[in-house]
Design a protein around this ligand. Sequence first.
Ligand code: ATP
Ligand code: MG
Length: 665
Amino acid sequence: MSEGKSTTGGGAVESVQQETRKFPPPAGFASGAHINSMEQYEQMHRESLEDPDKFWGEKAAELHWFKKWSRVLEWNLPDAKWFIGGKLNACYNCVDRQVDAGQGDKTAIVWEGEPIENGQPEVRNLTYNDLKRETSKFANVLKSLGVKKGDRVTLYMPMVPELAIAMLACARVGAAHSIIFGGFSASAIKDRVEDAHSKVIITADGGWRRGKIVPLKQNVDDALEMTDVVENVVTLKRTDNEVAMKAGRDQWWHELMDGASDDCPCEEMDSEDLLFILYTSGTTGKPKGIMHTTGGYMVYTYLTSKYVFDLHPENEDELYWCTADIGWITGHSYIIYGILPNAVPTLMYEGGPNFPAEDRFWDIVERHKVTKFYTAPTAIRAFMKWGEEHVKKHDLSSLQLLGTVGEPINPEAWMWYHRMIGSERCPIVDTWWQTETGGHMLTPLPGATTAVPGSATRPFFGADVAVVEKDGTEVGPNESGLLVIRKPWPSMLRGIYGDRQRFIDTYWSEIEGFYFAGDGARKDGDGNIWVTGRVDDVINVSGHRLGTAEVESALVSHPSVAEAAVVGIPHEIKGTGIAAFVTLKGGQEPTDALKKELIAHVGKEIGAIAKPDQLRFAEGVPKTRSGKIMRRLLRELATSGEVKGDTTTLEDFNVIAKLKGKDEG
Ligand code: ATP
Ligand code: MG
């Protein structure tokens, strides 16, 4: 049970969680930060909304442009154009610019492979010079395969430096990449290459994951049995497993690179030229091919990286690590495109967090002396479940800042992160954003914002985020509503590839004039925004709207619980009842007494209305491959005992099978 949390009684709840713990920026941190007071944040935020031309014009000038834009913004709802007429290249800003500035020998990427041999993992450091040479060579390889400006190239690769090289090489020649996370199956590849009309796939023989080889090339071969859009497959040798090579279609990366010239100037791209397509996680259904263009995306990811992670290239020790896979938007924006233009080294790790043991991440932090660390709530909950002993083995004193993204973070998970990883010394940035938003929309600024566990706090510059009713009016303090963005921002999606109508229906039809995020939220009396979960998941018990995050966080605040997922189920009297799926921490026994205790605990934390009607213990809950809880599957399961919805992005089918085998409580 958490101290400092008051409970609301019986039935009176639109909003539930009453988190009162507050964490102002640590004094030592604030003094050296880019943005170091709330006044400064508020003034800049106001300016960014009142005069976007001035604000973004100045910020965009921090990047390299071949030709300056003539106008900053053109807005015809739902279509935004940013930096009109401006010409730039994303790869140039990530790589060549640092070389031009005399920093070619500085480390750009620190990479660590998963396997450990003789007690040592393989580590590679790539400088900006290395990246310039390698991206130029691979850009020439792409050209030799007929890839031109405007084409789409699919990348299905492990987390190795060649993935970064391939994506930057696409940007270099002006081709859009479509990266498919290496955990996806053949049918997911087939769907995505067909949707993107991609004639070229870059892959690898395999990738390492928890000591096993993921057969990437084999999956590509299987996918290409089902479609014939792909003409060329380039395969990197990584794991040396046996693969089939089809004559006329398949070639080896190293053979093509051997003969390639390292001279390939960056293509001058229009600010609004497509940089990439990326499919969403698929938490709510069939993934959408989100389109991002060059200028606005680069400016926004560069600036959010600089301010939210408070990056300091002049600090020689600075080493930033985002644990996401590059196959997700978090990896695109905050391993590569936002970080490299800041001239701060970015760490890439190939494998699993528990290989060879549950302390792998902390071992990496200690050995490389990571300063800024960005991960997901699902990982933090796993660390909590695995136990503190794995963390305590390591010296984490190099860490200066922690971040989280992907789902609402349960306040108890936030506290654990703060205490165990941050030694109560590092600010935590809880960043709310989406594939569609391209970059952080709600986030604390680490030197300015007082953090509150579980809240993503305030909008970033240029983000006009609000919590509204269906008619677009703002809800009152602490009332739940819909999360919207009312003004265009530079890195907003430019559409869903090949599906204009779905773009309009999904984001622009729910609330007139505003971008609708699909998430529910509330704003507290201090102006902090709390994302309470997906609107589709909101539970309406006897007319009270409960956010899934709030009920789950109440469960996670019990010392025995590692993770919880709650969903609404039909209930004769209340209309909707609550079913909870609970994963216990290591060493805890799933007894009936504990079940009763947990139900009572929710009643105490939130109020009787939020008490689960069913509670089941589960070894795991279904998640997307990016680690988000898929409540729609649990809802189906709790309601009908069956799962029929789209499961193509489900991480582990066994979880559903195991849950089906369980009795209801
Ligand atoms: P799909 O749109 O296909 O259902 P998805 O929404 O999971 O998949 P992403 O773009 O990867 O795809 O995830 C964005 C969503 O993740 C947000 O809309 C929100 O629900 C959740 N999210 C991300 N970060 C946070 C955060 N810090 N706090 C709360 N929720 C978050
Ligand atoms: Mg989404």
